[in-house]
Design a protein around this ligand. Structure first.
Ligand code: SAM
Length: 194
C-alpha cells in the first residue's frame, strides 16, 4: 500500500509578518482600552488626584503631627506610601488607605523592600469606608471638597485628643491647634485636635 503524506501548509514570510502586525495591533488596542478604563474608574469617585509631597514637607507633617512611638497613624489617600513609611520609621503603627491599586502595589513593594511590614500597612479601600476609631493621628492631603465631606466622619469616629493633620486644605469645624506655612505650593499644613 502506498501512503502519501500531504505537506503541511507552509508559513510564508508574508503570513508571519501579518500575524505579528495583527498581534501588535491587538495588544496596542487592548492597552489603550485598558488605560481608558483605568482612568475612567480612577476619576469616577475622585477624592483627589495623585500628587506627592516633597521629603521636606513629609518631615514637616511628621513634626507638626508629633508622630512618635506607639502612635497609630492613618494617611487617608496614601498615594505612593511615603507618609506611611515615614511614620513607621518614627516608630508608629502606620496605615495608608488608597483606592488606586497600582499605587497600593507600588507602596506595598516599598514597605517590603524596607522591611517595614510589621509597622506599615496599606489598605486597598475607599477612605470613606475605613473605620478610624483606633487612630491617634490622621493625615490627609486631598481636596477642599473631600475635606468638607469627610469632616463629619472624623468628628464621629475619632477619639477626643486625636491629631488631624491636613496638608493644603482646611477643616472648617475642627479645632485648629497650629499652622506650618511651609506646606506644598497648594497651601500650609494645618494641625487640628478632635
Ligand atoms: C494628593 S494624593 C496624596 C498622597 C499622599 N498622601 C501624600 O501626601 O504624598 C491623594 C491620594 O488620595 C487617593 N484617593 C483619592 N480619593 C480616594 C478615596 N476615596 N479613597 C482612597 N484613596 C483616595 C488618590 O488616589 C491619591 O493617591
Amino acid at each position: 500500500m502506498n501512503i502519501s503524506f500531504q505537506p503541511l501548509p507552509v508559513f510564508t514570510e508574508e503570513l508571519i509578518v501579518y500575524t505579528e502586525v495583527g498581534m501588535f495591533i491587538f495588544f496596542l488596542i487592548a492597552f489603550l482600552l485598558g488605560s481608558v478604563f483605568y482612568f475612567w474608574w480612577l476619576g469616577k469617585e475622585k477624592g483627589a488626584p495623585f500628587v506627592s509631597l516633597s521629603p521636606a514637607v513629609v518631615e514637616r507633617v511628621m513634626k507638626i503631627g508629633k508622630i512618635k512611638k506607639r502612635d497609630i497613624f492613618y494617611d487617608l489617600g496614601s498615594g505612593d506610601g511615603r507618609l506611611v513609611i515615614a511614620a513607621a520609621m518614627k516608630g508608629a503603627k502606620a496605615y495608608g488607605v488608597e483606592k488606586d491599586f497600582l499605587r497600593v502595589i507600588y507602596s506595598r513593594l516599598w514597605i517590603r523592600l524596607l522591611r517595614l511590614e510589621k509597622s506599615a500597612k496599606i489598605i486597598h479601600e475607599d477612605l470613606f469606608k475605613v473605620n478610624l476609631k483606633k487612630a491617634t493621628v490622621v493625615h490627609l492631603f486631598l481636596l477642599q471638597s473631600t475635606n468638607d465631606k469627610i469632616e463629619a466622619k472624623l468628628k464621629k469616629e475619632l477619639e477626643k485628643g486625636t491629631r488631624v493633620v491636613s496638608t493644603a486644605f482646611e477643616f472648617k469645624r475642627l479645632k485648629l491647634d497650629e499652622i506650618d506655612p511651609r506646606g506644598p505650593i497648594y497651601g500650609p499644613i494645618y494641625l487640628y485636635r478632635i
